[in-house]
Ligand binder design. Structure first.
Ligand SMILES: *Cc1c(COP(=O)(O)O)cnc(C)c1O
Length: 236
């Protein structure tokens, strides 16, 4: 078994254990393998161990991988999630290639993704919420989430599935849990208006436990699967 396969097995074990510990339904937490900066071969190893959902941060790199696997892989089971910051001049490539987008944080981006999603199943989208106040530059404020949700709900080529956040990097469990519970509460409010909302993308390697306790349905794990990233980090 390769290191990547071992890592995936290990993380899945941690997820299953956390589900049990926090009385979550078995398999209610999915693993998104964050493969940014990693080569095709690394993704192939993950696929060989059953991984099907991949997260990418850089548009062109992600699109190149999607095209590669569309051509060379004899199944369409793979699911591609765009999780990085979105510039408005990149929305077309995202709309034309990805299955999910986690990082919608303003109306203009939602509108453009909708308009550029043509002849494909609706794009499954999450609103990225800033749960850390001024400590974080990314994500929409709590109070503006509902207006953005309403706009997305009116767009035919987008399906609102939930919320995502990247909380401030803190190591104490209570603070991690508080940020995640904040997002969970927001999701409960959204679900009253939009019953199709079922996804909470929260939790990374260092705060996965707290995220699962608070109700995460998708944890985004990169380094713990693929190892350290070695090339351009300037854009991160
Ligand atoms: C890179 C990234 C991850 C994964 O981070 P690791 O520390 O490598 O596990 C998760 N979510 C987002 C939004 C990221 O950009």
């Amino acid at each position: 078994m390769s290191t990547i396969q071992n890592n995936i097995e290990h993380i899945k074990g941690l997820i299953r254990t956390a589900e049990e510990k926090f009385s979550r339904q078995p398999h209610s937490v999915q693993l998104l393998a964050v493969s940014k900066t990693k080569p095709i071969e690394a993704l192939e190893q993950a696929i060989a161990s059953g991984q099907r959902q991949f997260g990418e941060n850089y548009v062109q790199e992600g699109v190149d991988k999607i095209h590669h696997f569309n051509e060379h892989y004899n199944q369409t089971e793979l699911e591609w999630h765009f999780i990085g910051p979105i510039q408005s001049n990149k929305t077309r490539l995202i709309a034309e290639n990805f299955d999910w987008v986690h990082s919608i944080d303003r109306e203009k981006i939602a509108q453009r993704l909708n308009d550029q999603r043509i002849n494909l199943a609706p794009l499954q989208v999450l609103i990225q919420v800033n749960t850390s106040g001024e400590a974080s530059k990314s994500g929409i404020d709590h109070a503006q989430t509902f207006a953005l949700a309403q706009l997305i709900n009116d767009l035919p080529n987008l399906t609102l599935r939930g919320l995502m956040s990247i909380p401030e990097n803190v190591s104490d469990y209570a603070s991690q849990l508080a940020a995640f519970e904040h997002l969970k509460n927001l999701q409960l409010q959204l679900q009253q208006h939009y019953p199709q909302v079922d996804t909470l993308s929260m939790g990374m390697s260092g705060d996965m436990q707290a995220a699962i306790e608070a109700g995460s349905t998708m944890v985004r794990i990169g380094t713990a699967i693929f190892g350290e990233r070695h090339y351009p980090t300037a854009k991160e």
